[in-house]
Design a protein around this ligand. Sequence first.
Ligand SMILES: [Zn+2]
Length: 151
Amino acid sequence: MSSQQPLRALSREHITRAEIIGQLQAHGLKPTEQRIRIAELLMSVPTHMTAEQILAAVRRGGERVSKATVYNTLKVLAQRGLVRQIHLDPERSVYDSTRTPHHHFHDLETGELRDIDPNDIAFSRFPTLPEGMEAEVEVVIRLRKKRGGGA
Ligand SMILES: [Zn+2]
């Protein structure tokens, strides 16, 4: 069904509410209002958001929603492969609407994540994988301002 997406996926175009409902259903999820709302926030344009940012955005829309509901919904969306969960540290996950494997710059000062095209990183050496295993590599390159460079 979902064939290999081209790298253009990194700048995928806006998707509609109807398409989001279709995607939820295609991944075996009942399209409840809250799931649609959260999926819309994340998936309508390529983005990276933390659970806190999503919670704040839902509440800004005037909806009364608990933190637990948002967190559980995000967990389900990630488990079903609708969004990617990126673990930056044990306390903080970022949800990424770009589903194809890719890498990130992580700005340590702003917390911002920026996509890196998978073709822009290559490995000249790679360990032999344990028998029967396959690897999925996602690189996070942490960025901080150069010291002594002035502002
Ligand atoms: Zn990304």
